[in-house]
Design a protein. Sequence first.
Length: 462
Amino acid sequence: MSKYNELAKALPDAVGGRENVAYFQHCTTRLRFNVKDRSRVDLKKIEAMDKVVGTQWSNEELQVIIGPAVAEAYRTICKEMGMEEQGAVEEPSGQGLGGKKLTPLSLVTGIMDGISGSITPLIPMMIGGGMIKVIYMLANMAGVLPESSTTYQILYWLGDAFIYFFPVFLGATSAKKFGANQGVGMLLGALLIYPAFINAAAEGTALTIFGLPVYVTNYSTTVIPIILTVWVLGKVEKLVSAVCPDILKACLVPTFSLLIVAPVMLVLTAPFGYFVGTYITAAVIWIYETIGFLGVAALCALLPLMVMTGMHTMMTPYWTTAFASLGYDPFFLPAMILSNLNQATAAFAVGLKARNPKLKSTALSCAATAFIAGVTEPAMFGITLKYKKPLYAALVGNAAAGLTAGLLKAACYAFPGSGGLFAIVTFVGPGSNLIRFLLALAAGVAVTFVMTMILGFEEEGM
């Protein structure tokens, strides 16, 4: 019996019933509901439930914060609601997105939702692959696993594979998000990184498809090209299915969908997505090179607010491209890790200062989760945001840490499987890079801890 059985029985009614859920998935700490009618959601009832840390709206998505054990809660709720895991149901028809009038704001939020919804299911894979990198790097530093070892080489490949094959993985998850066939989505992603295609890009070979010019480049590690393509695939599959006889749909829908979408991908959507991702990366690097330490400080200070809204996933095209082109990230990942550890510090300070035994226990538990696993949502929604002043302290500490990291030019040299203390090893790099990062971390932790202790917070019932 799952410890989330009671939650699974109560939560569906509180979100307006099974019929009000258009899409349901989870990330590392949150249940994420795309609902059809927000007015049917009872937030107060949800927040009062046992096992729920907090709730928030992100665009049209209801996020219910559970904590690191969210996967178990998700499976139990899916079973109770009679939904397939990460399954989607048809949204009501209407204008624009989700039945609403199409506006610039709805377009931006729709893009954010599409990218976030496609990337979120891959977070466990990214964490696992990143932790593999941490393990072999630590073993190499300790002298027990030399780079010449085949074990080292295989672990290196395993840790690198999740980034290299990103288009294939995203082909599956974005297909689920947009209601397309997963297998077809994966096949289109695989075409983008097919060895002969990549060789053609390296050799500058010109290609055409049905007489149309193909933009040939290396799409491995890219994010936007396949997500945009699979969004088109979802539309095309519905159109093809509508005109195909039922008896032939199993054969004709995937075949004609591929024949239509593959040229569209190679000629339009993939090049467009590639240039968007490239320009995003160029813009971020320009900001870093132009205002340097101020840019890192600003990003670090704003990151808790970005995490609250899910906007941090929008930076994925940047850091994947940065690793592919530069071999390191001097901007987003350093700021992210510093922000995580400062959230942990603020929760830890609350735990030390609190007089209420329940608050003390909760705060210290949230701090441990953030320190060890780099998962900050429980600390943020359960402690710092709830009591506000600890969040202010963390924001100031983030600015101090980001300013120091920017001034010292600390960079991350591998994707961190954990955004907590284990991520420190990913700053092992040329010269004194690790020392520079540790100085930035010390500055942020010190400012956050001292300000939290000075500002204090109002305890409930005290």
